[in-house]
Write a protein that binds this ligand. Structure first.
Ligand SMILES: [Zn+2]
Length: 139
C-alpha cells in the first residue's frame, strides 16, 4: 500500500540518491529522543513543502520529515549546512540590545530557512528554530 501522492513522489525521486540517503538517515524520532533512520512509507505535498512519513527503524514510532519547497532545489551554499546531531554555538540575541549570548546547542533538524536546535538555556532544555546565521561551528 502506497501513501504517496504523485506530485510528492515526483519531487522525491528527482532528488539525488545521496541527498535521499542523508535525509532518511537523519530523521528526528521523538520517541528515541535522537536522530534515527526512517523507513520511508510515503509522502505528500502540504502547501509547497514535501512531507515524508515513515517509521523509526529502531523503535517503530511514526516519524516525519518536512522538506521546505525551497530546499528541494540544489543549494548554492559554499559552506556545508549544519547537520542533525552536530554540536554548535548558538548566538542568542538579547531582546532590546545588540548583544548576543553564546550558548551550547545541538542541531536536531534543518529546513531550507531555519535550523531546529535544542539548547541548554539557564538549566532548561529549550527547542528553537533559528536562522543558520545565528549558529557557529564549534572549533
Ligand atoms: Zn525511535
Amino acid at each position: 500500500m502506497s501513501t504517496w501522492t504523485p506530485e510528492a513522489q515526483r519531487l522525491w525521486e528527482q532528488l539525488p540518491a545521496e541527498t535521499q540517503h542523508l535525509i532518511l538517515t537523519h530523521v528526528w524520532c521523538p520517541h528515541c529522543g535522537q536522530a534515527r533512520r526512517m523507513a520511508l512509507i510515503g509522502g505528500t505535498i502540504i502547501v509547497d513543502d514535501l512531507v515524508l512519513t515513515g517509521l523509526c527503524t529502531v523503535c517503530g514510532h511514526r516519524v516525519a520529515r518536512l522538506l521546505e519547497g525551497d530546499g528541494l532545489r540544489p543549494s548554492q551554499d559554499a559552506e556545508p549546512a549544519f547537520q542533525p546531531g552536530e554540536e554548535v554555538i548558538w548566538l542568542k540575541r538579547v531582546p532590546g540590545g545588540p548583544y548576543v549570548i553564546p550558548m551550547t546547542a545541538t542541531v536536531i533538524a534543518r529546513t531550507a530557512k531555519r535550523v531546529k536546535i535544542v539548547a541548554d538555556d539557564e538549566g532548561q532544555m529549550v527547542t528553537r528554530y533559528v536562522p543558520s546565521e545565528s549558529l557557529e561551528r564549534r572549533a
